[in-house]
Design a protein around this ligand. Structure first.
Ligand SMILES: *Cc1c(COP(=O)(O)O)cnc(C)c1O
Length: 380
């Protein structure tokens, strides 16, 4: 169906088209000079010491888990209210996901108190997710990690251009992963970036990204090497030059995109206060500067969510749920260690969550129409 207002929309223009055709004409298509330039630009933007462009954020998270040396039986504490990739990356290593609660209605991020309660002698890492681009309580989470000697991996898929205390999210922990999937704040179609400030982790992840090989095709092409050794079990998690070129163009526009998202978010908040005071708005007074990846509301407890979303659909407005909880998925329930975990707070809040359309091209008229439609859907 064609929506009057879709949930998300991409913003690509001639810049990206020219960038891609320039790469194609150059006849060097795999990871090379443009990828290096993209990594340099992202390092500069994020303030991280090291950056690696990758296939997507999921492989980036997997690289982070491997760099943290996660092994079968190790435990990783993470939220359940996130995209399944967050937990899948942990499971690829054989480690066990241990789900912690979110903070509450005003903050859908992982609760540091709950993290502490879930730590056992087997815990090796904490994986946090900056939901919608809103910062987790990183000072407190880093304190806990230090106290228990844990690695912190940040799923910063929503957080390209999110800051807390002037420090970009994804650069607080040991490893941070950004997604450039097509509905994210900046896109390369499929793609991602992994950052770290730790040289050892960087070296490890560089090997993992390309088959554990000590030299790359690009090095050999430039005459820097003619053979290689394989020193680790690696993967092919490389990006290509076309995507890197799109990423460079998108990164230049990221601040402008995010600024529009912030303005639209404020518009939603003001209108909802006036028209639908019964609707709860998480992260309304949240610390830091969000990239405003998602705009989410919590419905009043007596409102049936699927009926509400159906009415929005009739108005031509696409809504979504972020997220169906990971620990409830059938695959995860098969594991008795996961099936025994219960998250009463996360479950009760997640059931009321609805995601509204948010993208830089959304107009004031659109937001007005969406809020009026919410008002009507709640009245009926
Ligand atoms: C999109 C997303 C991912 C996965 O990113 P890909 O680049 O599609 O692999 C991981 N975690 C969260 C929270 C996401 O939203």
């Amino acid at each position: 169906m064609t929506w009057r207002i879709p949930l998300a929309d991409v913003d690509v223009s001639d810049e990206e088209i020219v960038a891609v055709t320039t790469v194609l004409k150059s006849r060097w298509l795999t990871m090379g000079a443009v990828t290096q330039e993209f990594e340099e630009a992202f390092k500069e933007y994020s303030g991280a010491k090291f950056a690696l462009a990758v296939t997507n954020a999921t492989t980036g998270l997997h690289m982070g888990c491997l760099a943290a040396d996660l092994k079968p039986g190790d435990e990783v504490v993470l939220p359940s209210l996130t995209f399944v990739a967050t937990a899948n990356a942990v499971c690829y290593t054989g480690a066990v996901p241990i789900f912690a609660e979110i903070c509450g209605e005003n903050d859908l991020n992982i609760d540091p108190k709950s993290i502490e309660e879930k730590i056992t002698p087997r815990t090796r890492a904490i994986m946090v997710v900056h939901y919608g681009g809103y910062a987790c309580n990183m000072p407190e989470i880093m304190r806990i990690a230090e106290e228990h000697d844990l690695t912190v991996i940040e799923d910063a898929a929503h957080a390209s251009g999110s800051f807390l205390d002037s420090r970009m999210l994804g650069t607080w922990g040991n490893v941070g992963c950004y997604s450039f999937f097509s509905n994210k704040n900046m896109t390369t179609g499929e793609g991602g970036m992994v950052v770290t400030n730790d040289e050892e982790i960087y070296k490890k992840m560089s090997l993992i990204r390309s088959h554990g090989m000590t030299s790359l095709t690009w090095d050999r092409h430039r005459g820097h090497a003619w053979s290689y050794d394989v020193v680790d079990l690696g993967y092919n998690y490389r990006i290509d030059e076309m995507r890197a070129a799109v990423g460079l163009a998108q990164l230049r526009k990221l601040d402008a995109f995010n600024q529009k998202r912030r303005l639209i978010t404020q518009m939603y908040i003001d209108l909802l206060h006036d028209c639908c005071p019964e609707v709860k708005i998480p992260f309304e007074h949240h610390p830091g500067i969000s990239a405003c990846h998602l705009f989410v509301i919590l419905l009043p407890e007596n409102v049936e969510r699927s009926g509400f979303m159906e009415k929005m659909k009739s108005a031509g407005i696409q809504t979504s749920i972020h997220y169906p909880l990971i620990h409830k998925f059938s695959y995860y329930q098969k594991d008795p260690l996961v099936a025994s975990q219960s998250l009463p707070l996360t479950e009760s809040i997640a059931n009321r969550e609805v995601t509204l359309p948010l993208y830089p091209g959304l107009t004031e008229n659109d937001v007005n129409y969406i809020v009026q439609s919410i008002k009507e859907a709640l009245r009926l």
